[in-house]
Design a protein around this ligand. Structure first.
Ligand code: FES
Ligand SMILES: [Fe+2]
Length: 422
């Protein structure tokens, strides 16, 4: 019987029961009700650009292999051998026409078909129908502006509906110039001892912590972002479905403190506004979360990241640096270096955040301390639907409107999952 989470998030989202950050049982329910139903980020198209390219990732705790087959079609499969369940592909990424299981040698084409079984005649009397034992595909696979997403739910709405108004806000990060973006460098992967929701809610976004948590990095000059200043200017944007974004509004810079990046941004400003339309005059995006665990940032670095859950008190963080494809090489390099300094595993800002998320997680394990609810009351009753932004919005960047939207969405999906489970 699934745990009843009704009441663990208050109706307005302002109070959250801290058990949801430590309970093993609730975590198991999340894997089903959240991670097996939502659209989850897989990889960027540049990572499977050529026929035969593959990229290994996870959807929740399920290992998933993304491939581009010989005909150029992109697939996503459970990276699980159909024989004894061994993980078929152990490499992070590469190019291969086939994947050979390390245990007994079953071999799969990059289209997922089972193409070879050792000793098929002697072991299976030629009675194994190999056409039925290919890799298990995800239920739906789609891409948006070069980002591949998949879901295990065949009944899930199309990706574009799942993103809804968030799609345009993603454009403000990744579709500013012809050609979109490209990944610069590889993927940083590291473990953070925290619940996945603390990283997700922080990305989508928590502007209130910046001048405090990141004071040392700000003082040392690692960023020029105005969110580091103690002014409330800016807006939390809540486009629905639990997604969230922080914008600091028009005409304000959030760039890394690098002259080449400033000059580049100045030089493309008119082009970006023309491409994104009049709404872009209102928006200077800083960071966002696509529910549940995909984030894009452009404060002090350009990064997109996934918070892969690994239990109630652990995540595997994956982080990529990116740049406009049309940007000059020196700007791409400056952005890569900014990413290392700011949002890599040893980045000035990442270290601050990890420490806080870890402690918030640890205190939710205590018998008494987990009875003290999380307080998401900031700005409650002061939010509005903004016709120009076409989204819920706060009056200032000091608001937890997006936290409330995130946990309301979480509760809705958890409750739906419990009902479906009977
Ligand atoms: S587990 Fe893969 S071949 Fe046996
Ligand atoms: Fe932070």
């Amino acid at each position: 019987m699934a745990t009843d989470v009704r009441g663990m998030v208050s109706a307005d989202g302002g109070l959250v029961d801290r058990q949801i950050f430590s309970s093993e049982e609730i975590y198991r329910q999340e894997l089903e009700s959240i991670f097996a139903h939502c659209w989850l980020f897989l990889c960027h198209e540049s990572q499977v650009a050529q026929p035969g390219d593959f990229f290994s990732t996870y959807m929740g705790e399920d290992p998933v292999l993304v491939t581009r087959d010989g005909d150029g079609r992109v697939h996503a499969f459970l990276n699980v051998c159909r024989h004894r369940g061994n993980r078929v592909c152990r490499a992070d990424l590469g190019n291969a026409s086939a994947f050979v299981c390390a245990y007994h040698g079953w071999t799969y084409g990059n289209d997922g078909k089972l193409i070879a079984v050792p000793s098929l005649r002697e072991a299976y009397y030629d009675e194994l129908d190999t056409s039925k034992w290919g890799l298990v595909p995800v239920a739906q696979l789609d891409s948006y502006k070069g980002f591949y997403f998949a879901t295990f739910d065949a009944e899930a709405p199309p990706l574009v509906d799942y993103l809804g108004e968030m799609a345009w806000y993603l454009d403000t990060f990744v579709d500013r110039r012809e050609g979109g973006i490209e990944v610069v460098g590889g993927v940083h992967k590291w473990i953070i001892p925290c619940n996945w929701k603390f990283s997700a809610e922080n990305s989508g976004a928590d502007s209130y912590h910046v001048p405090w948590t990141h004071l040392s990095g700000v003082t040392a000059g690692f960023t020029r972002t105005p969110t580091a200043q103690k002014t409330a200017q800016g807006t939390m944007v809540s486009p629905g479905n639990g997604h969230g974004l922080l914008t600091i509004g028009p005409g304000r810079s959030a760039e890394p403190p690098v002259q080449a990046i400033d000059d580049y941004e100045q030089s493309i400003r008119d082009e970006v506004e023309a491409r994104l339309g009049p709404r872009s005059n209102l928006v200077q995006p800083i960071v966002c979360t696509v529910f549940p665990n995909f984030a894009v940032a452009r404060a002090s670095a350009r990064a997109f990241r996934v918070w892969h859950p690994r239990g109630p008190d652990k995540i595997e963080a994956w982080s990529w640096s990116y740049a406009d494809k049309a940007a000059p090489a020196e700007v791409k390099e400056a952005l890569r270096a900014s990413g290392l300094r700011g949002t890599g595993p040893s980045g000035a800002f990442e270290q601050d955040d990890m420490d806080n998320w870890q402690e918030c997680t640890l205190t939710s394990r205590g018998f008494m301390s987990k009875r003290v609810p999380v307080n998401n009351l900031m700005g409650l009753g002061h939010e509005r639907f903004d016709e120009e932004l076409m989204a819920g919005a706060s009056d200032s960047r000091y608001s937890e409107i997006n936290h409330r939207a995130f946990y309301n969405r979480w509760a809705e999906l958890m409750e739906r999952g419990r009902e479906n489970a009977g």
